[in-house]
Write a protein that binds this ligand. Structure first.
Ligand code: GLC
Length: 412
């Protein structure tokens, strides 16, 4: 582009874009990215792509700060067969649903064996590759390394140990701002994982081969664990209002000893605006006493909108966004977990996020949320119930009974 073009002329160009292809670009692609997942870092990758592909211009659209808010937005766009978005980032729980709705275009002849198996699987629907992995994810326990060391405490392996650690540290620190544990209690997608962590830890599954395998006692125990944290002061009273990025902010401000969060929170916790840079440890999530340490499989995928009028260009861009180079760049600069197994041993990646060295095993053993075309209803049932129990408007027993009754109808 001619650098001397005035701002007014640029504004005119922008205005004309709706009616004519601007002279400076052959193809304009629009990529939808979740606002939580480092759009500014993806932008740097897109800048490299534009430099290597003159004639292609890529812009970013962000929206919604939680997975289900983003899904709602995309549902509206896609239901209207809107062609304005070419490439979509999708939570790992959604490619199957989007493919079933005919909203994404399949990739032909793609070798998925280069990626971690969980993502090859999540993106393959009825034998077709419907999206390509953007980044891997799991829930972890973030902790204040400095405070644990100061009080001679090892990272907890059970929730009871975590409770004891909080009591000890809070008793000595006497800081009313310092929460014991921040986790997601708001009725968001993350609260589905909140429920499942202690449930799975008891060795139970929710759905097996599409059939409900609900264990009510394990569900009561899970809900009681979280509500117990509110009642005994380990978590704050209004935890029912806390979404994922609130947890990230509270921990980063130095206001929580422990936090349940995904990998993206690491980069910001080490950044210039963090009160805890250099003081953070990341470990596996604790287990219910006598149970196993379980975590929730997360991750995001790149799909090409079936309504994009630039199918080939959009697919070429997605191949790039899903490449090993891009995965490494996002790991180093945005602490998003790699989708390529060998990057977990990469020296640059480990320099930026040393704990990734132990994260591969966690991702590989993370449990997926149920795969069903009716996942939205499953999610809504679980997350609204978790929220009601934490808000104190429903008992854990009634909550478990409600989840069971509703899931029975949904997964009949
Ligand atoms: C993270 C995970 C995603 C999950 C979401 C829930 O973004 O990667 O899979 O659904 O958190 O809040």
């Amino acid at each position: 582009m001619n650098e001397k073009i005035s701002t007014a002329a640029l504004a005119l160009f922008a205005g004309m874009a709706a009616i004519a292809q601007p002279a400076f670009a052959d193809t304009e692609l629009k990529v939808y990215i979740s606002s939580q997942h480092q759009p500014q870092v993806w932008r740097q990758i897109l800048d490299k792509y534009e430099a290597a592909n003159p004639g292609t211009k890529v812009s970013i659209e962000t929206g919604g700060n939680t997975s289900e808010a983003q899904a709602q937005y995309l549902n509206t766009i896609m239901s209207a067969k809107d062609s304005s978005l070419d490439v979509l980032i999708l939570d790992v729980i959604r490619p199957a649903q989007f493919a079933a709705a005919g909203w994404t275009s399949p990739f032909a002849g793609k070798d998925m064996s280069v990626y971690l198996p969980a993502y090859a699987e999540a993106n393959t629907v009825d034998g077709k590759v419907v999206a390509l992995p953007a980044f891997a994810d799991s829930m972890f326990l973030y902790y204040r390394k400095d405070l644990l060391e100061k009080h001679g405490i090892q990272p907890p392996k059970t929730w009871d140990e975590l409770t004891a650690a909080v009591k000890k540290i809070n008793g000595a620190e006497n800081n009313p701002e310092l929460q014991g544990l921040s986790f997601q209690g708001k009725a968001i997608e993350g609260a589905v994982c909140t429920f499942l962590l202690p449930y799975w830890s008891q060795g139970k599954s929710l759905v097996n081969n599409g059939k409900l395998t609900f264990d009510k006692d394990a569900a009561v125990k899970s809900l009681k664990l979280w509500k117990g944290f509110v009642d005994n002061g380990v978590a704050k009273k209004n935890i029912a209002e806390v979404a994922t990025d609130d947890t990230r902010k509270e921990f980063q401000a130095g206001n929580a000893i422990f936090a349940v969060n995904w990998s993206y929170a690491w980069a910001q916790s080490q950044g210039k605006e963090s009160a805890v840079a250099g003081k953070v440890g990341v470990a596996r999530l604790p287990a219910i006493a006598g149970g196993e340490q379980a975590t929730c499989l997360g991750g995001w995928e790149w799909g090409v909108s079936a309504y994009s009028t630039h199918q080939d260009e959009a697919k070429k861009l997605v191949e790039y966004l899903s490449s090993k180079d891009s995965s490494k760049f996002m790991a180093v600069n945005g602490s998003l977990l790699p989708t390529y197994p060998d990057l977990y041993k990469d020296a640059d990646v480990l320099k930026a996020a040393p704990w990734f060295a132990d994260a591969l095993q966690v991702v590989e053993t993370a449990k997926p949320r149920p795969v069903t075309p009716r996942y939205n209803e499953v999610s809504e049932t679980v997350r609204t119930t978790v929220n009601a129990v934490l808000a104190g408007v429903m008992t854990p027993e009634d909550g478990a009974a409600q989840i069971e009754a509703r899931l029975k109808r949904i997964l009949r």
